[in-house]
Design a protein around this ligand. Structure first.
Ligand code: SAM
Length: 221
């Protein structure tokens, strides 16, 4: 079975489309898509020999040769012409950006991206190119992950709030998104209190030094 993160991505894939999974370590998602009748053909792209080889073994183990096709490729540079949907998951913002910058985004029906870092920067990138965010999900799988489906269809730039929290997520306010915000709020409040405590400790130390411990000059060093 695949992780709930990959399962959510699979649920955002339209049936009977050709998918290219960029960075497909072990070809887990492609095998799942074919075995569950979501796709007939999926490309499992990899830039590293080890994960590519692991993918090949997994394809053989599942008897999916010819249906899941391993491709040695940096991003989409070796993608065939019949690809409809692109998945880029489990990577940092900079890698995702590199992959998007080295392909023709307009060529594909839509992208499903799941950045491990800097979700806001990715939305900013999508917005600054005039692309459209079509769907978004937050999934909990040990951590909270955000999955964004976007296309090259033209859209007005998104607002600051939409870039920071997600235009679709803000509208839909689903349970996992709200839970992720509640956790973030708790964390920020805790940090805030700690920061204030340090500030208080420092100020108390400075005042005590001024009052009981010699000259004011020492306190300002
Ligand atoms: N996509 C899977 C997932 O979400 O579970 C695997 C994520 S794994 C952390 C990242 C994979 O992306 C690695 O196997 C790595 O070799 C591959 N990768 C990194 N940069 C890549 C690139 N430019 N093109 C193709 N694959 C890349």
């Amino acid at each position: 079975m695949i992780s709930s993160r990959l399962l959510q991505i699979a649920m955002l894939i339209e049936k009977n489309k050709v998918v290219f999974d960029v960075g497909s370590d072990h070809a887990l998602l492609p095998c799942f898509l074919v075995e569950n009748g979501i796709c007939e053909k999926v490309y499992a792209g990899e830039i590293a020999e080890g994960p590519l080889e692991a993918g090949k073994q997994n394809i053989i183990k599942h008897g999916l040769e010819g249906k899941v096709i391993p491709v040695f490729s940096d991003g989409l540079t070796k993608a065939a012409d019949d690809v409809d949907i692109v998945v880029i998951a489990g990577m940092g913002y900079h890698t995702i950006r590199h992959i998007m910058e080295s392909c023709e985004v307009e060529r594909y029906q839509y992208f499903l991206v799941q950045p491990n870092t800097d979700v806001e920067k990715l939305r900013e990138y999508i917005s600054s190119h005039g692309y459209t965010i079509e769907d978004e999900r937050v999934v909990y799988d040990g951590f909270y992950y955000t999955i964004i489906r976007f296309s090259a269809d033209l859209h007005e730039p998104y607002s600051d709030m939409e870039i920071r929290y997600g235009p679709i997520l803000l509208k839909r306010r689903d349970e996992v998104f709200i839970a992720s915000l509640e956790e973030r709020l708790r964390y920020l409040k805790e940090i805030n209190q700690k920061a204030k405590k340090e500030e208080f400790d420092r100020t108390i130390g400075e005042i005590e030094q001024i009052l009981y411990n010699g000259t004011t000059e020492d306190a300002y060093e």
